[in-house]
Design a protein around this ligand. Structure first.
Ligand SMILES: Nc1ncnc2c1ncn2[C@@H]1O[C@H](COP(=O)(O)OP(=O)(O)OP(=O)(O)O)[C@@H](O)[C@H]1O
Length: 259
């Protein structure tokens, strides 16, 4: 990256940081003092950064802290996501956004989010599929469909529905990461993660890069998720698209097209 491009990037990042700081000062976003979080335990990591489970002060209250990098693309999506969270009224099947915290010494922010005790839908189905009866599967499906319907009624398109963006808490669906654009996936360095998302993407997008993902694309992704919930299997698991070691030519072309 040229010196000039770096300068522009920094300038744009600062605009988003200023927005975050102003929103905290204006109390549009709740601010949590980082030093008040105790017992931090890593839960996983994604393209944003790392996710930790933490207690608030010395209480039983548990939150998920999602750290994020201060680069322009991530900050833009974070600001977008916060605005969407603030716009849409709380829904019990959408992961709650509580506010923001900052590690002062590193000038690094984290989202303070609802903690989902069973992790992602992928993990949950891997561990508990055999315990689920048809009513449990129906409830999960209904909750997932109503969470997305709730977003669509507010003209919010998720665009990134897959089994790692759906979390489970107390056997209930908690939809996460809504409003993220493809740019976040673009930023991901984890090839197997990107491949794992392909089965959930509207096939029209796979055939036409210029195709804009829309509400129907979300409905397609829900269809695949419902198939996964009812069967307990990974969608299209007999296709070699998600294993970097076994990529076939079609997969490589597909990914080049998409990302
Ligand atoms: N609110 C939460 N409660 C419990 N666990 C969580 C929560 N958020 C994330 N996790 C865990 O942390 C992992 C990483 O989450 P993160 O959202 O950063 O990445 P991702 O969605 O898997 O990937 P990407 O951001 O690249 O789409 C998840 O796979 C999940 O296991």
């Amino acid at each position: 990256m040229s010196k000039e491009a770096k300068k522009t990037d920094l300038k744009e990042s600062n605009i988003y940081i200023d927005w975050l700081e102003k929103s905290i000062n204006d109390e549009y976003i709740n601010y949590y003092n980082y030093l008040e979080f105790k017992n931090l335990n890593p839960l996983g990591s994604g393209s944003y950064g790392r996710v930790f489970r933490a207690n608030w002060k010395n209480t039983d209250g548990i939150f998920a802290l999602k750290t994020f990098n201060n680069d322009k693309i991530t900050l833009k999506e974070i600001v977008n996501e916060i605005k969407l969270h603030k716009e849409s009224i709380a829904n019990e099947n959408i992961l709650r956004f509580y506010g923001i915290t900052k590690i002062e010494t590193e000038k690094k922010y984290s989202l303070v989010l609802e903690y989902a005790d069973s992790g992602t839908l992928n993990i949950y189905l891997n561990l508990h599929f055999n315990e689920l009866d048809w009513n449990d599967k129906y409830q999960l499906s209904l909750q997932l469909a109503s969470a997305v319907a709730f977003l669509h009624e507010r003209d919010i398109i998720h665009r990134d529905l897959h089994a790692d963006n759906v979390l489970i808490h107390q056997k209930k669906i908690k939809l996460a990461d809504f409003g993220l654009s493809r740019k976040i996936a673009k930023a991901s360095s984890n090839a197997s993660k990107i491949f794992g998302v392909i089965p959930f993407i509207d096939p029209k997008k796979l055939n036409d890069q210029g195709y804009e993902l829309n509400k129907k694309s979300d409905v397609y992704s829900i269809g695949v998720l419902l198939w996964q919930i009812s069967s307990g299997k990974q969608p299209f698991s007999d296709h070699k698209y998600d294993n970097a070691g076994n990529m076939n030519q079609t997969s490589v072309l597909l990914c080049k097209k998409l990302f």
